[in-house]
Design a protein around this ligand. Structure first.
Ligand code: SF4
Length: 287
């Protein structure tokens, strides 16, 4: 029997959030009409009514890292399970099933003709592993930094995938197959570029795919309240100054998606992204 209770901030109805919530933001991103922030937790602000809202609420329930979302209504959970990984665009997917080991960090799956990539890792869930298998398995797991490896080892074992991590972060995945040394960019192949971005941790890396999709780990994310790019000074474990310098180096790159581990995903035209990055660089210099 769970020791967690229904939060009194939830609106009446069969869907609610319990005190097991760790305020990771996953549900608010997946179902923004249903879930909102309240007193350091998420809470149900609106009971799902339409088919789309029902579906999004169930996706959030499945993606929640701590099973803090409860639905007392009979629902087709199998259908929602089949939605993951969720297609974002051009073979790039959001995995869902976040892990408490990474504090609900987001992970991503890319379909590629010469082998699929996982960017950071979700919870190991057999139904998700089966979906990955149906979609061609996993060839490579790119780990942005030590905090967001979650169940990477289990997925690597299941699919015989090789893992890439920076040498400084290696204690989080000691048996990783590829270790990046130093602080220079690495052009991995004609579509994948690794940019080392010390700051949040000393060996943090981001991955630029096709000059369109930037997987950022905990280096940067979108701030939906300000409509601007953000970095997290309160969660900077190594050096805020270094993180600012890494941001400057990253700002010269071209991309239209920011796909973070923590924080909001965003897509913008490349010229708007450049302006948003420059604004963040200026803010970090000025702080
Ligand atoms: S996904 Fe779960 S843990 Fe994360 S904010 Fe929502 S209810 Fe809380």
């Amino acid at each position: 029997m769970s020791s967690h209770h229904r939060l009194d901030t939830n609106v009446p109805g069969p869907l609610y959030v319990t005190s097991a919530c760790i305020d990771c933001d996953t549900c608010r991103q997946l179902a923004p009409r249903i879930f909102t922030e309240a007193k350091g937790f998420s809470t149900v602000a609106h009971q799902p009514e339409t088919g789309l809202e029902q579906k999004q609420a169930l996706q959030a329930l499945l993606a929640c890292p701590t099973a803090a979302i409860v639905s007392e209504e009979k629902s087709d959970i199998a259908e929602a399970m089949a939605d993951f990984p969720l297609l974002l665009e051009d073979g790039v997917h959001y995995c869902g099933y976040t892990s408490p080991k990474s504090f609900g960090g987001s992970s991503y799956f890319i379909i590629r003709p010469n082998g699929n990539w996982l960017i950071d890792a979700p919870r190991f869930v057999p139904s998700l592993a089966r979906r990955f298998e149906e979609m061609g398995g996993i060839d490579t797991i790119f780990l942005t930094h030590r905090d967001d490896v979650a169940d990477a080892k289990l997925y690597a074992k299941r699919f015989g995938a090789k893992r890439i991590i920076h040498a400084i972060e290696r204690e989080a995945q000691p048996d990783a197959e590829h270790v990046i040394e130093g602080f220079e960019n690495v052009q991995w192949d004609n579509e994948m570029k690794i940019v080392v971005v010390p700051g949040h941790t000393r060996g943090s890396m981001v991955l630029l795919y096709r000059e369109r999709f930037l997987f950022t780990g905990d280096h940067l994310a979108w701030d939906r309240h300000r409509g601007a790019m953000e970095a997290f000074e309160d969660y900077c474990w190594y050096s805020w100054e270094e993180q600012g310098l890494s941001m400057e180096r990253l700002a010269v790159e071209t991309f239209e998606w920011v796909l973070p581990g923590h924080g909001e995903r965003v897509k913008q035209p490349p010229e708007d992204m450049k302006k948003a990055m420059q604004q963040l660089v200026n803010e970090m210099r000025g702080r």
